[in-house]
Design a protein around this ligand. Structure first.
Ligand code: DLL
Length: 431
């Protein structure tokens, strides 16, 4: 493999250079997985392909996909391509039921991860010497430690706060005066509540840059956060199976989608029904192949995240992905209409009375599925009742724009439970 560390890659690297790196590294990664992970070898044999069949990028489509179930079925260490002693760290993704997905890293993997995270922080506006407050959860979740090592690698002063204890978060933000915060967007809203509750003006805080991810969030949510804190908010994307946070990051100059760090992670967009590879610009399911990862190489891993690819802008050699609006598993099918929680978020933030705290409840009444949006009013709009006409206007707007009939219940400020990490937007009470 070409010795080009992730830390050597800059905005000036050319597309040709990236494509030749990808070709070389894909050949290595396919072979590494085939030779060291029985599941990959078995899948390749079943599909009638061998790593030697890979000669150029277009050959990747001949190789089989990997899905979450493969990792689950190999619990805990069955998909690792290195002996256990070579693992420098283990993380796990937060499966809500059953066993977690276990992922592992060698020293070299951790080094590459810190590099791509440092690159992401820099793209978001962070610079060496800045103070970074990390409110992603620490622990098996990749958010906290992933952000931490990237911020250290960039040369920042790191505050490893983790999630929760909102009052304490606010106090340290006020006292330490960090420049950067890294947290889920939904928990940032809870921190905003904390400022207001303490009688503090969030716009007067020291925060200049926010790096938000781990869950879908919309551009109206970005505006809400930016306006309230007088800061620049950018989107960071990643998933445990591929590395953690730092697979793709939006640039603060343009906020035009997320540059994928293509020297390390090769993206494809496929039709989720047929598995066929779609051209850039077409919307579909995002698939990743890792290019240099040692401990847990992933070959054509199906993320279930829906997006599309565009050419790079600030980093011309790296393609961008559009903000992820939803996962195929989050899609709500209501009486034949498909919708995502992000569409409800957008509609709520377009009202004056809602600041983006909401949950969607699905129930069944006889044979009819019903959706109720439980939404919380802003402090300065709450009238003690339900805001005259607001629910009717919202229901009509959803009917007009999305085409479904919903119910909405408007709650007083502070009534809905806050999430500390990823927000749970849908509560499915159907049998
Ligand atoms: O959430 C890694 C991460 C931590 C990313 C901190 C960004 C910041 P997992 O727990 O494995 O890893 O969850 C991965 O979360 O497949 C997406 O569905 C969703 N996700 C992550 N980032 C974004 C984002 C981390 N920026 C899953 N926008 C992914 C939308 C996101 N969805």
């Amino acid at each position: 493999m070409t010795m080009m560390a992730a830390s050597d890659v800059t905005e000036r690297v050319s597309r040709d250079r990236i494509v030749s790196l990808q070709t070389e590294r894909l050949a290595w990664s396919l072979r590494h997985a085939y030779e060291n992970v029985p599941l990959y070898r078995a899948k390749c044999v079943a599909a009638g392909v061998h790593p030697s069949d890979f000669r150029g990028l277009s050959d990747l489509a001949r190789f089989p996909f990997t899905v979450k179930h493969d990792l689950r079925a190999s619990y805990p260490f069955g998909m690792f391509a290195v002996p256990r002693e070579k693992l420098a760290r283990i993380h796990g993704s937060s499966g809500t039921t059953g066993k977690p997905i276990v992922v592992g890293y060698t020293r070299a993997d951790l080094d590459m991860w810190a590099d791509v995270m440092a690159r992401s922080l820099r793209a978001a506006g962070a610079r060496p010497g800045m103070m970074v407050h990390i409110a992603y959860g620490y622990g098996l979740f990749t958010g906290g430690l992933g952000a931490h090592c990237g911020a250290e690698r960039l040369g920042c002063s790191v505050v490893p706060m983790s999630g929760g204890m909102t009052e304490r978060q606010v106090q340290l933000l006020v006292d330490f005066k960090p420049d950067v915060i890294m947290v889920t967007p939904s928990y940032m809203l809870a921190i905003l509540d904390g400022f207001v509750k303490a009688g503090l003006d969030p716009r007067a805080s020291s925060l200049r840059f926010g790096i938000f991810g781990a869950e879908p969030w919309t551009n109206p949510m970005r505006q809400e956060i930016e306006r309230n804190f007088a800061m620049d908010a950018t989107d960071i994307y990643g998933l445990s199976e591929v590395i953690g946070p730092g697979v793709a990051q939006e640039c603060v100059e343009t906020k035009d989608g997320l540059h994928i760090w293509e020297d390390q992670f090769f993206p494809e967009i496929i039709d989720p029904e047929t598995g066929e590879v779609l051209p850039d610009g077409a919307r579909g399911e995002l698939v990743f192949t890792s290019l240099t990862k040692e401990a847990l190489p992933v070959i054509r891993y199906r993320t279930r995240d829906l997006t599309r690819l565009f050419p790079g802008t600030v980093w011309p050699a790296m393609r961008r992905m559009e903000k992820v609006t939803g996962r195929s598993d989050d899609m709500i099918i209501l009486r034949g209409v498909n919708l995502f929680p992000s569409q409800i978020e957008e509609a709520l933030l377009a009202t004056e009375w809602c600041a983006g705290h909401f949950v969607i409840e699905l129930t069944r009444n006889g044979r009819m599925d019903e959706m109720t949006v439980q939404a919380e009013a802003r402090e300065d709009h709450w009238d003690g009742k339900g805001i005259t006409g607001a629910a009717e206007r919202f229901v009509a707007k959803i009917k007009d724009t999305i085409g479904v009939t919903t119910r909405v219940v408007i709650h007083p400020p502070g009534a809905l439970e806050r999430s500390v990490g990823k927000a749970k937007r849908v509560i499915d009470k159907r049998a």
